[in-house]
Design a binder for this molecule. Structure first.
Ligand SMILES: [Zn+2]
Length: 271
């Protein structure tokens, strides 16, 4: 088969008379090679398949483009969450799963494996909701899936600060919004603990609405202390969609069994 099977980007800047050198030496060649040999810098490639093949004539995005995009998305999402190094190390294998949280744990694992769905956890502070969300996001990040964990109030601050003229910013408000609504896994914590200004409420409702619309191809994990009845009706109705899952985490305080705790739960306890 003469297909282009490995569209891995390779830097090939040729120098006059010399071959194989990739150094950015003093003398750049008059003839400059392709930055990506796979697609010849087109950004896409076409597979060499016979007429009639489903891929015949189709353009596929080259890895040199998609990789960069994916990496940017990862980096930008990771910049939002503010997790500590200890929190970033948490994985499912480090969780204490028992009768009180097994249902929630399994629903989250199921949603992640199918790459879609909405799972909402609620219950008093210290029941391990944050731990579950953080572990889920770390697991998917490790699998190279663009994911983010954040408290709702931090997400709203992040969106709001795009309008701050004094702040250095890489992304516009629209770009930030797109980043959040297109993240493969979005885990929102402290659902019921943010300042409900009209702007904040509107953004929060819109975000839940967007994620609800895409629940058949993206994963949204949510956690809050209050029962659904205390959330805005529009949000509650989205989370009670028959395709979605809701769990009340009861039982004893999980932190007594945990060697670490998350900053989010620490704060919500002292709040
Ligand atoms: Zn390429």
């Amino acid at each position: 088969m003469s297909e282009i099977l490995d569209p891995t980007p390779t830097l090939t800047l040729r120098k006059n008379g010399a071959s194989g050198s990739t150094s950015s030496g003093v003398q750049r060649s008059l003839i400059e090679g392709y930055r990506c040999v796979a697609c010849k810098d087109m950004g896409f490639y076409i597979r060499d398949v016979p007429r009639g093949h489903p891929d015949f004539g189709k353009a596929f995005p080259c890895a040199c483009r998609t990789q960069g995009k994916l990496e940017r998305q990862h980096r930008r999402l990771q910049a939002i969450d503010g997790l500590t190094p200890a929190e970033r190390r948490l994985r499912f294998s480090g969780l204490h799963v028992d009768d009180d949280n097994r249902g929630a744990y399994e629903a989250i694992v199921y949603a992640l494996s199918r790459k879609r769905g909405i799972v909402t956890l609620y219950g008093k502070p210290g029941r391990g909701k944050t731990t579950l969300l953080v572990a889920a996001v770390n697991e998917t990040r490790e699998a190279n899936i663009p994911s983010v964990y954040a408290r709702v109030s931090d997400i709203l601050d992040y969106l709001r600060s795009a309008y701050d003229p004094d702040r250095e910013r890489e992304l516009s408000a629209d770009e930030r919004w797109r980043l959040l609504i297109t993240a493969d896994v979005l885990a929102l914590d402290e659902l019921d603990q943010f300042k409900t200004t009209p702007w904040a409420l509107e953004k929060f409702l819109a975000l839940i609405d967007e994620r609800w619309r895409t629940m058949d191809r993206l994963v949204t994990l949510l956690a809050g202390n209050a029962a659904l009845a205390n959330l805005p009706e529009k949000v509650a109705s989205r989370l009670q969609d028959r395709r979605a899952h809701i769990f009340h985490l009861a039982g004893i305080d999980m932190r007594r069994f945990s060697t670490w705790e998350t900053s989010a739960e620490r704060e919500s306890e002292t709040a």
